[in-house]
Design a protein around this ligand. Structure first.
Ligand code: TYM
Length: 378
């Protein structure tokens, strides 16, 4: 039984254009049964595709006691705000609370529809922590210490002399992420490509669990990427766009005004080849990033956008103007919807509560079965 599961950290409260084009836009599309079918088959007409990794298996599970999804489509879709993951960077509690609400509002504004998918708060489903422990007991430290995100984070914290002595949360982060997916026996995970290694671990843990317990209980989850799987930093386009960069000019936030967007894109680092537009991520990362952004919004490939802009005789200034208008047209309705939803936070909290209740129900069968397989049932 295919099942789509993904998550986002509430850190920052508002997603940036990388989160949106790399993941959330796909989340919204994947609520549609026709698109689910298309993308799960492997490719679509608009160039987006899922890339099942060779090692992934789709073992059919032995248990089928999950309640059906709210939309009556064949596929359950679950999206979560991973507030437990956010605790790894020790946020102030008032800030964390605010961010959880703001992230929920932003996801709804982007088009996540609680009638079609289950939108919930990770910490409200205690099975995530429980399954994390059970998976942790079949995890090798060597798998965790290989994680590039952990290594990079550690370097970053050491360099800024702020490595917290409480660093086990960051280290074990990928086990919790595996639990997020496996708790629902998720098969497909729409993410950006920075999550690839984490999902490989989720797949390893699924296979290890099955092997240890001589069952075909967990399907190995498959990442689903789209063409915007890595949107780059506007100031330094060899790095990905991220919430943690100190410079706000390095990213576009979904709450940025039209003027903010214009000024950030106008200042985006490109190169000195002012009069030609080519898609060459290696040698021209800044230009390639602008083309990827345009392509993701238009549902085309960056190469075809490059051809299109070349035919229109655009120079760098013209390219930036064109991308600006596309981004503004995409972000503006979301920003306006965010403002609208902010007026009724109670309704937003109700949606999250209802989703968390549903996710709890959906996790119950898996947990019972896992406890049995491990030998915890009496
Ligand atoms: P997070 O919160 O950092 O990012 C959320 C999603 O946005 C994608 N993304 C990007 N895509 C393209 N270009 C970028 N510059 C860019 N930056 C971020 C991320 O790949 C992600 O899909 N560990 C995860 C959250 C998580 C999760 C899960 C995801 C926890 N449990 C279970 C899937 C399934 C994270 O930190 O994402």
């Amino acid at each position: 039984q295919p099942r789509i599961v993904s998550g986002i950290q509430p850190t920052g409260g508002v997603p940036h254009l990388g989160n949106y084009l790399g993941a959330i836009k796909s989340w919204v599309q994947l609520q549609d049964p026709a698109i689910q079918a298309q993308r799960m088959r492997g490719s679509t007409s608009d160039g987006q595709r899922s890339e099942p990794s060779g090692s992934a298996s789709h073992s059919v599970s032995a248990v089928s006691s999950q309640p059906s999804n709210p939309s009556n489509s064949a596929v359950d879709v679950l999206y979560m705000i991973v507030d437990l993951h956010a605790l790894t960077v020790a946020p102030e509690k008032a800030v964390l609370r605010r961010n959880i609400t703001d992230m929920t509002i932003a996801l709804l504004a982007c088009g996540i529809n609680p009638a079609k998918s289950v939108l919930f708060q990770q910490s409200k489903v205690s099975g995530h922590s429980e399954l994390m422990w059970l998976l942790g007991c079949i995890t090798s430290n060597s798998w965790l210490s290989r994680m590039t995100q952990w290594k990079a984070k550690k370097q970053q914290l050491l360099a800024s002399k702020s490595l917290d002595k409480h660093d086990w949360g960051l280290y074990s982060y990928p086990i919790l992420m595996a639990a997020d997916v496996l708790l629902y026996r998720g098969t497909h995970v729409p993410v950006g490509d920075d999550q690839q290694q984490h999902l490989e671990l989720a797949s390893t843990l699924a296979n290890t669990f099955n092997h240890v317990h001589k069952s075909a209980f967990f399907p190995a989850p498959v990442p689903m990427y789209n063409d915007a799987k890595r949107i780059m930093n506007l100031r330094n386009p060899v790095n990905k766009m991220s919430k943690s960069d100190v410079s706000d000019a390095s990213r576009i936030n979904l709450t940025d005004s039209d003027d903010d967007i214009r000024s950030k894109l106008r200042r985006a680092l490109t190169d000195t080849n002012e009069n030609s537009i080519t898609f060459d991520p290696e040698n021209r990362p800044g230009v390639a990033n602008l083309l990827s952004i345009a392509a993701a919004i238009r549902g085309e490939t960056p190469q075809s956008m490059a051809e299109h802009y070349t035919k229109s005789n655009l120079n760098m200034r013209g390219l930036k103007d064109a991308v600006m208008e596309l981004v503004i047209a995409e972000v503006k309705p979301i920003r306006e919807k965010i403002a609208e939803l902010q007026a009724d936070e109670k309704a937003v909290h109700r949606i999250l509560e209802e989703g968390s209740h549903r996710a709890n129900e959906m996790s119950r069968g898996t947990l019972q079965e896992v406890r049995k397989l491990v030998g915890l049932d009496l």
